[in-house]
Design a protein around this ligand. Structure first.
Ligand code: SF4
Ligand code: MG
Length: 312
């Protein structure tokens, strides 16, 4: 059955070479049973860190504060050993960004499935679990004897999805699952994710591509420089985006059949080491005003919120 997840005032800070990097900055959102969530934003905005925090898989130099409730259970207050025993991979798993390129070249796919099962202390019929997982992603038995270089990118990505599903979790965090795949294969992977969702899997889809997120997610959070600047129902945000950054992201989706010129976002997000006060989108925002130098308020919208002075 599907899950509820609520994240409250979550912050993640990395300590690196004497500097503090505020990768996730007071992030709050939630989604309900029967919903999937998309997290959209440019690379380096903290999306992956957010996923890793939910998976309790952050690096040693990260410190976390706030609350993450998974079906009411506090993830940050669960001990590592209990999380490993009961939750990681068994209830929440993750397709890590770029995972298809880090399959081990010297082992067969089957061996790599066995390693995952061993790592997560699987106690059942391994052969059956592997067969079920590969068939649920549309792969068949012969793939198991192959080495990674012997299969296509699309097949590798299906293997990664099968690995995430192998212990039948209820929530999968998919970090950029279609990046680096050609358009046709991307579409096939999205069809697969939609099928899995229909079968009852909850999905958090992390992507720089809001177009892809709009295909599967009911809820979406737009992340910019460590903050969620807009959150709400996907349909509402798609039809009526409120934050200037959301508008820019939507305008950057290449739409077939349309001649509208794609306006690339100029400039870069601010550094997450000592981020500036005030709106973090200030330098790139076409509508920036004097008061945007002060921290923008969080304004309630129909289904979520937007953090922007324009909507005060
Ligand atoms: Fe633009 Fe101001 Fe809104 Fe920031 S707060 S997005 S600078 S209008
Ligand atoms: Mg990332």
């Amino acid at each position: 059955s599907m899950v509820t997840l609520s994240v409250n005032d979550l912050s993640v800070q990395y300590q690196s070479q004497g500097k503090k990097v505020q990768a996730v900055d007071h992030v709050t959102f939630s989604f309900d049973k029967n919903e999937s969530l998309g997290i959209a934003g440019e690379s380096g905005c903290g999306k992956s860190t957010l996923g890793l925090a939910i998976m309790k898989t952050l690096q040693e130099n990260a410190s976390v504060s706030g609350k993450i409730l998974f079906d009411g259970k506090s993830i940050l207050e669960t001990s590592d050993s209990e999380f490993t025993k009961d939750i990681r991979w068994k209830q929440i798993s993750m397709m890590f960004q770029g995972a298809m390129n880090s399959l081990d070249p010297v082992f067969t796919i089957k061996k790599q499935f066995e390693e995952i099962l061993k790592k997560h202390n699987f106690q059942g019929d391994k052969k059956q679990a592997i067969e079920l997982a590969i068939s649920s992603v549309g792969l068949s038995h012969p793939v198991l004897d192959k080495y990674p270089h012997e299969i296509s990118g699309g097949m590798k990505q299906r293997v990664i999805i099968a690995m995430a599903l192998i212990m039948t979790p209820r929530l999968v965090i998919a970090d950029e699952p279609t990046t680096a795949l050609d358009v046709l294969v991307q579409a096939q992977i999205m069809i697969l994710l939609k099928k899995l969702k229909k079968e009852g899997l909850s999905i958090i889809l992390i992507s720089h591509d809001l177009g892809i997120i709009s295909e599967i997610a009911e809820k979406v959070g737009i992340m910019y420089a460590g903050q969620i600047v807009e959150f709400g129902n996907m349909q509402e945000i798609y039809k009526n985006p409120k934050h200037p950054y959301t508008i820019a992201l939507l305008e950057s989706i290449p739409k077939l059949q349309e001649t509208k010129r794609i306006i690339p976002l100029k400039g870069n997000p601010p550094s997450l080491v000592n981020p500036p006060s005030g709106c973090r989108f200030y330098d790139r925002c076409p509508q920036a005003m004097e008061k945007c130098k002060k921290d923008p308020p969080k304004i309630k919208t129909e289904s979520g919120f937007v953090m922007c002075w324009l909507h005060e």
